[in-house]
Design a protein around this ligand. Structure first.
Ligand code: HAM
Length: 413
């Protein structure tokens, strides 16, 4: 039997409904904040990710699904969504037009990681990207969109924020950090030693206990910010506090992608392994220019749909959908109920049975599909232009005129 690849899952039945429900909630929040849908290819030139996510990142260094296509091009399945959206933004010359542009997307991302709980090789993200807005209120809005989505889904998380500085303060800070790291390098793990050369700020993020210990006194970027970055970071905290968004400052939050400047944040949960991020993002003011466009501010986030599904399924999360089961006790009424079914489907989800069965079997079917309302036509009902109406939740059971069904459903479903 041919099976799906390791770390790549089918999304079916209950899970598929939860997946769709998550995307619908994400979309509805993003639309209200002025975002519109964008779809970009899943396969891109490898150089796009090498340049944006960064050659020294784990994603590019170890996790890319990279191959040479039949035309000899070095291509790669997207490991994340931001780079493709930025590429499209530049390619369609949106960087040359004025005004703020906001996009949301969702779909598969691919990272060759070791599959485990909440960590897949093909996973799905919902992401938002805002271009052309420098105001720190936009950073706050992006964070608040994330908070609202998680709140609507009933997911408890901790929001961690940090500032990674900008062109004015980051280089000087990096020198300070490298000097510190060089002095303790014998005590660091092999990954950290390598990162001192390739991407020193990622050392701060090391999960090895001994590294954490020796890094306790490392210089922190939030103590080395330029005046502008410092006052923006304070303002961000003020906006979040005033709007009821709780957060923790995590001066060692550096994110695993190289394009961030200033604001970086993650919503983390303990429900899928200790302090796993369900949503992460930040500002990337240099990325558009770096990929060949006109300098354009950028800020956004992505959330991991499977990680959220994992949390929801551990809570036995049920999606409340209103479903009607429609049936007949005799074949000669099928035409009639089919017509009624099409009519009701303008407004409701209707499951119709084309098979005449006895009432007990139909009721069992209705129960199996978790229908809210049972509608059935038999000899007596047909004679009087009526239908048997049973509300399967409050067990209300009666006969009503067919012409009154919509009114009844409106009032009681
Ligand atoms: P990221 O932190 O790499 O950021 O990924 C965002 C989210 O994707 C994570 O918080 C996590 O929930 C989910 N995720 C990542 N890897 C996996 C995996 N192997 N299996 C399951 N879920 C995973 C980005 O991708 C940036 N593009 C976010 C962004 C948008 N920054 C600015 N704009």
């Amino acid at each position: 039997m041919i099976k799906a690849l390791r770390g790549m899952n089918d999304i079916l039945n209950e899970k598929a409904q939860i997946y769709k429900h998550i995307v619908e909630i994400c979309e509805s929040v993003a639309l209200n904040f002025g975002y519109s849908f964008i779809e970009t290819p899943k396969l891109e030139n490898t150089s796009l990710f090498k340049r944006s996510v960064g050659e020294s990142s784990d994603i590019v260094g170890k996790e890319m699904y990279e191959f040479t296509d039949k035309g000899g091009n070095d291509v790669c399945l997207r490991p994340e969504g931001t780079a493709g959206v930025v590429r499209a933004f530049i390619e369609h010359k949106f960087d040359k037009t004025s005004g703020v542009k906001r996009y949301f997307y969702h779909g598969s991302m691919f990272r060759y990681e070791r599959p485990q709980k909440g960590r897949l090789r093909e996973f799905h993200q919902f992401g938002i990207e805002c271009f052309g807005e420098n105001s720190i209120y936009e950073d706050a809005s992006v964070i608040i969109i994330g908070a609202k989505i998680l709140q609507k889904l009933g997911i408890k998380t901790t929001l961690k924020i940090n500032s990674l500085g900008d062109k004015n303060c980051m280089p000087e800070y990096k020198n300070k950090l490298v000097t510190f790291l060089n002095n303790i390098q014998d005590e660091l793990c092999e990954d950290c030693k390598r990162r001192i050369q390739t991407n020193p700020i990622r050392v701060l993020d090391c999960k090895v206990d001994h590294c954490k210990e020796v890094l306790k006194n490392a210089p922190l970027i939030i103590n080395n910010l330029s005046k502008e970055c410092e006052s923006e970071f304070k303002k961000l905290q003020e906006i979040l506090t005033k709007n009821g968004i709780k957060f923790e400052i995590d001066p060692k939050l550096v994110r695993g992608l190289d394009y961030y400047t200033k604001t970086a944040f993650e919503f983390v949960s303990d429900e899928i392994g200790s302090q796993s991020a369900v949503l992460g993002g930040g500002r990337y003011d240099n990325l558009v220019e770096f990929l060949g466009g006109k300098p354009t501010y950028g800020v956004g986030f992505a959330l991991g749909i499977e990680r959220i599904m994992e949390i929801l399924s551990s809570k036995d999360y049920k999606i409340q959908r209103k479903k009607i089961y429609l049936c007949a006790l005799d074949d000669k009424f099928i035409d009639q109920i089919y017509n009624l079914c099409l009519n009701l489907r303008d407004e409701y989800e209707v499951e119709i049975s084309y098979e005449a069965k006895n009432a007990t079997k139909h009721l069992k079917n209705a129960d199996n599909i978790n229908a809210n309302v049972f509608l059935c036509v038999g000899e007596d009902e047909a004679k009087n232009s009526e239908i048997w109406y049973k509300n399967l939740q409050n067990k209300q059971d009666k006969k009503i005129k067919i012409s009154d069904i919509k009114q009844e459903l409106k009032a009681n479903l």
